[in-house]
Write a protein that binds this ligand. Structure first.
Ligand SMILES: [Zn+2]
Length: 674
């Protein structure tokens, strides 16, 4: 729900002056290449063909790329740490006891299967015992504290209009299929998913103690209520408009707006006292929640809420329930063939429940202070270069450039891991059941978040754990963050020289940075407040240039007969373009002082682009190409390379690409923004 720009990317640290460049490697693994293809004909195949052959898709994955491979390695490392702890007896209350007990409960298939759906029984009975709709104002928030989101949810984040202050905010939800289109569209694919979903809901009711007849009846109610929620839910485009999602009102106004919920009971149950105001992020959606509560029969609402309980618990119960859950969400919805092994799921659970405790152990072992220091230098170099490039832009007015400069200088940079760590002493982990502990951990997290409402924003808090293989830009704090998990090969390599590291993690950093200044970033000022700081003319000139990019990606055929969506992927394609331009120039500046040699048969410039391409190496199923073309604002890996590089002059020089070569784009048709 936070407005983070994730990258699915990475960062790597970089390096330089401290090391002797002659001793550094090229970082290029020549077995990743497919030299049977010319780089002038198909650069992606040339740079990544060997990688693709070495890393075929397994049943567990719909797409598997460099990023996923790193996440797999990362999981192995975490498993080593966690398994070791779990094999020893620890003192009750110690962090080792908590990590060990969660892991062991997740791994104990005998107990999970013996328990069946028993762990969830009390919650189902609690919901069944509701006698009057007024009780919903207690039960809904009570379940939300365990992260069971019926109808809508509540969270705390910076007030978009007053970014130094935390604000309570509502968010639409309550539909298990996630995307509203699955409930509303009538194309063959959506109808098929909907029908399978109905079967799935009914089967899950049966697996948790309901008769087939009750299960059928409950399923009808679930579909009807979720379809109502989907109908008023904001679509993807509207959710991206920060103004459309900002409606700060008083609790007094909220009471008038939605009278079927007793807001006093609701907030008291959440443990919130003295709530005066909140942001109703999607107003019409929340109003419809009120209508549903008022108009739907109580037994239908009980069925719907019970479904939320079952759906949330499914991953933590017996194997038959888990298998049914995977059959729908994994196979039908995502095209996966096989479940992840139990140990991977156990590691993920420990990771999400005790993220910073695990993270603290992880960085001690896998992230050095030297890596952090080098990353800081790399980020600073890119920051300086982006400033220089903004200075000479012809489409941005001087007035806007001055504001952009201020925003760039105000960047808050986070690398590796937080300076202060979360305290988990108030989280109690028992040996009763896996599910009970998942709920305890969720309650611990929710209480922590809700306690922030109305307080000053803590900019030092991290929105990702250090072991995460990803990176983000957060507009409300104007911060960029590169966790330790992503600062590894092939994104970052301490042993490799600047050509490699600027081409890989450097481009990722540049990508994240430009998000602070593009059509999304322009809506938030240097302090993170919702405020457009561009002039109208800047916007017009930006759009003219952006159109060149959108038109180019529209022409790309991602699979026979299907084209890319240039408008939908525009923001991310521009960020890749900006990241390449900024990182390349920063690399050239650094290399001026200490020129790099040819290594492994490649010039430094060639290695820069090869390292970039390797970040996007991957294999993908044809079904997944279709899914992502519809749902992912990032272009597919192949086109983040073959679509991006033909707009970069230095790439033509590095590989001597000439007019007449298949990837050649004439100078007047190339994009020029950052
Ligand atoms: Zn991005």
């Amino acid at each position: 729900m936070r407005r983070l720009s994730l990258l699915i990317i990475i960062a790597s640290a970089l390096m330089t002056t401290a090391c002797n460049p002659k001793a550094q490697t090229s970082g290029i693994d020549v077995t990743n290449l497919d030299t049977s293809v010319s780089p002038k004909v198909d650069f992606y195949q040339y740079a990544c063909g060997g990688w693709m052959q070495k890393n075929p898709l397994t049943g567990e994955y719909a797409r598997f790329g460099s990023f996923d491979k790193l996440a797999e390695d990362n999981r192995e490392q975490l498993n080593g740490l966690i398994k070791d702890i779990a094999s020893k007896v620890s003192e009750k209350g110690a962090i080792e006891q908590k990590i060990g007990d969660i892991y062991n409960l997740a791994m104990d298939s005998i107990k999970l299967n013996e328990d069946g759906y028993t762990p969830v029984k009390a919650d189902l009975e609690r919901v069944a015992s509701i006698k009057d709709k007024s009780e919903l104002s207690v039960v809904i928030p009570e379940l939300l504290l365990s992260d069971i989101g019926a109808y809508f949810s509540i969270y705390v984040d910076a007030d978009p209009a007053n970014s130094s202050q935390y604000l309570l905010q509502t968010y639409q939800g309550g539909i298990s299929l996630g995307e509203r289109e699955y409930y509303l569209d009538n194309d063959e694919h959506s109808v098929g998913i909907r029908n399978k979903y109905k079967e799935h809901v009914a089967k899950m009711f049966e697996l948790t103690g309901f008769t087939p007849k009750q299960a059928q009846k409950n399923t009808e109610a679930v579909l009807r209520i979720e379809t109502r929620l989907a109908t008023t839910a904001y679509d993807k485009v509207k959710l991206r408009d920060p103004y459309a999602n900002y409606n700060k009102i008083s609790v007094e106004e909220l009471r008038k707006l939605i009278s079927s919920i007793d807001w006093n009971s609701y907030f008291t149950t959440l443990g919130l006292e003295n709530v005066n105001e909140l942001n109703v992020s999607q107003k019409e959606s929340l109003v419809e929640v009120g209508n549903i509560i008022a108009s739907e029969p109580l037994d239908a609402q009980i069925a719907y809420i019970q479904w939320k309980v079952i759906d949330s618990a499914a991953s933590y119960l017996s194997d038959d329930i888990y298998a049914q859950n995977f059959d729908f969400y994994g196979k039908t919805l995502s095209g996966k063939e096989t479940q992840s092994p139990r140990w991977k799921r156990a590691v993920s659970s420990v990771n999400s429940m005790l993220g910073e405790a695990v993270g603290q152990m992880y960085v001690k072992q896998y992230f050095s202070p030297e890596a952090k220091e080098r990353m800081i230098k790399l980020v600073r170099n890119l920051q300086t270069t982006l400033g220089q490039r903004i200075e000479v832009l012809t489409w941005m007015s001087d007035e806007t450039k001055a504001k952009a400069k201020e925003k760039l200088d105000a960047f808050y940079v986070k690398i590796g891991y937080p300076d202060k760590w979360r305290d988990y002493s108030a989280l109690n982990i028992e040996k009763d059941s896996y599910y009970e502990n998942v709920k305890r951990a969720n309650r611990f997290e929710y209480a922590y978040m809700l306690a922030k409402a109305g307080k000053l924003v803590d900019k030092d808090e991290w929105q990702m754990t250090p072991q995460t293989v990803n990176a983000y830009y957060n507009p409300s704090t104007n911060e960029i963050c590169f966790p330790a998990g992503i600062l590894q090969y092939p994104f970052f390599d301490m042993k490799a020289d600047d050509a490699f590291n600027y081409g890989a993690i450097g481009v990722v950093i540049g990508h994240e940075m430009t998000h602070g200044f593009d059509d999304q970033g322009r809506q938030f000022d240097k302090d993170g407040n919702l405020k457009d700081w561009w002039t109208k003319e800047d916007a017009t000139r930006f759009e003219e240039r952006a159109k060149v990019m959108a038109d180019f990606f529209d022409t790309i055929e991602v699979t026979p007969g299907v084209h890319g969506n240039g408008k939908f992927t525009l923001g991310e394609n521009i960020a890749d373009h900006g990241g390449l331009q900024v990182a390349y120039q920063a690399f050239q500046t650094v290399a001026q002082g200490t020129p790099l040699a040819h290594k492994d048969g490649f010039t430094p410039e060639q290695r820069f682009f090869l390292a970039y391409a390797t970040v996007w190496a991957g294999n993908i199923r044809p079904e997944e190409i279709l899914v992502r073309t519809k749902s992912d604002p990032h272009s597919l890996g192949r086109w983040r390379v073959n679509g991006a590089l033909p707009h970069i002059a230095a790439w033509y020089e590095a590989f001597d690409v000439q007019e007449g070569d298949p990837q050649f784009v004439s100078v007047e048709k190339r994009v020029s923004i950052w």
